[in-house]
Design a protein around this ligand. Structure first.
Ligand SMILES: [Zn+2]
Length: 159
């Protein structure tokens, strides 16, 4: 990756949510079309891309912490800084991690499709958590703003 002098870039933080959503959906639709994949497989590609992003964020130290709790705070800070949404989390005694995302830029304002749609976000969260803990987790999006009309996207992770 070529080094970029961010100080000289006047367009930083100026990409609109609409453009972000359009680019994002076109990227994954194009991958699906060029490979002849059905929608479900495209969702899996999106999820896998998210896992790779999440693992990279943890590996390169963008998201870090001494405990899973602090790592999740770090991910929330990254989301806030990047303007991707407002994230919170809770950890219960049984090791289940619940992550909520208000103003999710992945799905906010979409037409309802009656199923969760934030496969990239699910992948990113799962990638960060798996990379930090060294364990595989399963993740399920149980509430979704754009897909289901909920007030936040909510993801449940179980080890
Ligand atoms: Zn969602």
């Amino acid at each position: 990756v070529r080094a970029v002098n961010n100080a000289a870039c006047t367009l930083t933080n100026m990409v609109s949510v609409e453009v972000f959503q359009l680019f994002r959906s076109l990227v994954f639709e194009s991958i699906g079309q060029s490979l002849g994949l059905n929608g479900e497989v495209v969702d899996q590609v999106e999820y896998a891309a998210g896992v790779a992003i999440g693992r990279a964020l943890a590996q390169n130290g963008t998201v870090r912490g001494e405990s899973l709790d602090l790592v999740m705070h770090g991910l929330a800070e990254f989301y806030a800084r990047a303007g991707l949404g407002s994230m919170y989390h809770s950890l219960d005694g049984a090791g289940m991690l619940t992550v909520g995302l208000y103003e999710c830029t992945g799905c906010m304002g979409m037409e309802l499709v009656h199923h969760p749609v934030c496969h990239l976000e699910a992948g990113i969260i799962r990638g960060v958590v798996s990379e930090f803990t060294g364990h595989e987790f399963s993740i399920r999006e149980v509430n979704c703003i754009g897909g289901l009309g909920d007030s936040a996207c909510v993801f449940e992770l179980t080890p």
